[in-house]
Design a protein around this ligand. Sequence first.
Ligand code: SF4
Length: 386
Amino acid sequence: MKITFPNMGSAIYAFKALLEPLGADVVFPPPVTKETIDLGVKYSPEFVCFPFKVNVGDFIRSIESGVTNLITATDFGPCRFGFYHAIQERILRDLGYDFRMIALPQGDLLEFKWIKTLDEVCEYTGLKKLSAAWKGVRLFLIKAKLIEDIENAEGKYRCREVNRGDTDRIKRELLEKLDATKRLKDLRNFRNVIHEEFQKMDMDMSFEPLKVFLTGEIHVTLEPYVNRDLKKKLGKLGCEVTQTLSLHDWIMHKFHVNFHRKEMAHLARPHMPLDIGGEAVWVLGEYIWAATHGYDGFFHLYPFTCMPEITARGIITNKLLKEYDLPPLFVSLDENLAEAGLITRLEAMVDLMHGKRKKKNEYKQKLNAFMDSEKQDYLANQQQHK
Ligand code: SF4
């Protein structure tokens, strides 16, 4: 059975690892391009959120390339994601496509409804089916974690690279290597491989980058075509990027074992006491966390018309910014975003962060000088009174 799924950055390698051991012939969706977006925009409701449109474009291009089994994650809200799969299926049927839509329930992974989906996709029977599913799940979790490690290293090292493009090349080679590794035992050492490959790169370790935190709605934050490769742009502008959001991070949350997210939700609770959808509640926690951990700036990506993320944005601008004073940049993404305008905004934000850091350093120097002179006076007084 030829099967595919919608794009979401490097996460596609993890989805492939989940389905391949089940005997499915996994085909990557065609990469997101202008054509994907044009198709999605043409056939989706005008005011639906942007990831919905990109998914529709992905599905149409996959079906037209001959892959008619589409697997997609489903949820039970609380935002519009809850009805993505049903409406997308209806749109594609109305367009006359003949395909099979397979739902992968991810509302609460501890309900194990996803096992039924794996059972449906699996080509094997009996004990072989069980061992194939077990292998798929383990490969999926391990590869999702390794993809997160590769992307963390990318965010950390790109701003220090001496030869432009080294980080991209290493990332691409590591992802290809990861994709080609099919046995669990061959993945045991992969973390060290990631570390070693990045350490081989020529880096300027004396460079002091700006520290920025990048987060937002999961699809637009993970899919580089949709966010105009914002992480890369920030790296080139001299920013070390921290991004805790990843497929692995999301899956751990859905298995109720993501303690990082629990901490973020705890920080956000006075401002947003419940999950309203998207990443809103964790975005607030991350803003507070970044502001209290020496970050220079905060970048929040969200799809145009995304209700939960717009709510988070409102709380940051109207409340948290006054209290924590960490400069935020909000980027609303849709098919009309002009790249030149985005670059200008990023450059202005980088200037602002440099200015703030300079002021902070001057203040620190003055404070240290004042403390030193106070100390000298105190010691001199002590001497006189002896
Ligand atoms: S989080 Fe935002 S973009 Fe994603 S489905 Fe919900 S409303 Fe739409």
